[in-house]
Ligand binder design. Structure first.
Ligand code: UTP
Length: 415
């Protein structure tokens, strides 16, 4: 950036009360770090950070959205239609129209593993990592349908290097030519006064922008173009931490194609009405997810005539999109949600501060906030024990132990 351009950046920094960044910048000796810091300053949207900070002090506002149950199909009860949808999906898969995206940019703070979550070994006899288990399932599906399914892996600035290194070390599990990495975006973290923090590495403290960043980064990184060149029309997007994730599902795909929708999601039925999970719904007539914090006790317990929960279809981060939907979502900004976290930083006197309680705001977009960009979405209820074994916590529910048991049970049955 030329001098004039940077002068404008400086004016903005002052306008939004972030002068401490300029003081820090001025004290930095010339060199690589100063250049990096300058680049960061140029790329920050100070106006947006300011408005996000203002929102952190507001009471969460009740959106007053009109929430209704959403229609869903139960994979177990498709009857004669099962084969019909499956056939449509199989044809599309065989034509090479499917790609898989794994979102692996999260920090995995609850699990506390030292390294990217995908590198975690859940303790199977094979000691395979989550990445390898996912890769196995793609290879197996590819073999079954006589195609190779390209695999796009979203990393973050924080874990990209370690992730790529892990794949290299493991020779890409034999899938090298079909693996593509791309990085998600990030946003600065701020303190309770709205001041942007400086991290331990002497640069602005930034954090991944949430799994909702997947659409924009797929477009911006050129991955959507790459997919198009490969002839891809449908993209499955899932998390890295569900060791039973079924990324290649012809029934889901066939259902979406037949119903003429551009997005589809898998659900598992809530384990109990007040389970702390988001549930698929319609908000103001459009597909969406209602979070457990937003749902009233009456809604959580309401049932239809058949005895099924009206808001019982848990969102499990297993969704399929037409590529045109991704392009559209990637160019429509999503709202950011704010989380209060512990963040180590460097204070204005240059001291490293390691907080023992949350001290900073982090901003994240949620993938499902984009669902409402489209009018319709197909929801397919699948069996928890076949498709959902999340690894979230170090112990207890959704831990390596529960995931390992689910994995072993399913694979025993399939033997
Ligand atoms: P979670 O919301 O469970 O977050 O992510 P996490 O980072 O794995 O774990 P905690 O909350 O810090 O303990 C669900 C999926 O979305 C991905 C994660 O990698 C995981 O596959 N994700 C999340 C991203 O790719 N980027 C993000 O910014 C956040």
């Amino acid at each position: 950036m030329n001098n004039e351009g940077f002068e404008e950046v400086k004016r903005k920094i002052k306008r939004y009360g972030q002068e401490h960044l300029l003081d820090y910048y001025d004290r930095l000796p010339d060199g690589e770090k100063k250049e990096k810091f300058e680049k960061q300053l140029e790329n920050i949207d100070f106006e947006m950070i300011d408005s996000l900070y203002k929102k952190t002090t507001l009471e969460p506002k009740n959106e007053n959205a009109n929430v209704e149950p959403i229609e869903y199909w139960d994979k177990e009860r498709l009857g004669g239609k099962y084969d019909f949808y499956e056939e449509i999906g199989i044809d599309a898969i065989k034509d090479g129209k499917l790609a898989a995206v794994t979102m692996a940019g999260g920090q995995g703070t609850r699990l506390g593993h030292n390294g990217p979550k995908g590198t975690f070994d859940i303790g199977l006899d094979s000691h395979k990592s989550l990445f390898e288990l996912l890769c196995d399932s793609l290879k197996e599906a590819g073999k079954k349908y006589g195609v190779t399914i390209p695999w796009f892996i979203m990393t973050s600035e924080e874990n990209n290097e370690d992730t790529v290194e892990f794949f290299k070390k493991n020779k890409y599990f034999g899938y090298e030519k079909n693996v593509y990495f791309f990085k998600q975006g990030q946003l600065p973290m701020i303190d309770t006064e709205g001041k942007i923090l400086i991290g331990e590495n002497g640069l602005i403290k930034e954090a991944a922008d949430g799994h909702g960043g997947v659409y924009e980064s797929l477009v911006k990184s050129g991955m959507v173009d790459k997919m198009k060149n490969l002839g891809v029309e449908w993209v499955f997007i899932g998390g890295v931490d569900n060791c039973l994730v079924r990324m290649v599902d012809p029934v889901l795909m066939g259902l979406a194609i037949y119903k003429g929708v551009l997005e589809a999601g898998k659900s598992v039925v809530k384990a109990y009405p007040h389970e702390k999970v988001g549930a698929f719904c319609k908000k103001n007539g459009k597909p969406n997810v209602i979070e457990y914090s937003e749902i009233t006790p009456e809604m959580a317990e309401a049932r239809d005539e058949a005895g099924e929960l009206l808001y019982g279809e848990s969102h499990i981060l297993c969704n399929l999109f037409n590529i045109s939907a991704i392009e559209r979502m990637g160019s429509t900004p999503l709202p950011y949600h704010c989380a209060f976290k512990k963040a180590t930083y460097i204070d204005k006197d240059g001291n490293k501060i390691v907080p023992d309680s949350p001290n900073a705001y982090k901003f994240e977009a949620f993938l499902f906030d984009a669902f409402g960009d489209l009018d319709d979405m197909v929801i397919l209820r699948v069996k928890r024990e076949e498709e959902f074994a999340p690894v979230k916590n170090a112990t207890g529910v959704d831990s390596p132990e529960t995931a390992r048991n689910l994995y072993n049970n399913l694979h025993k049955q399939n033997k």
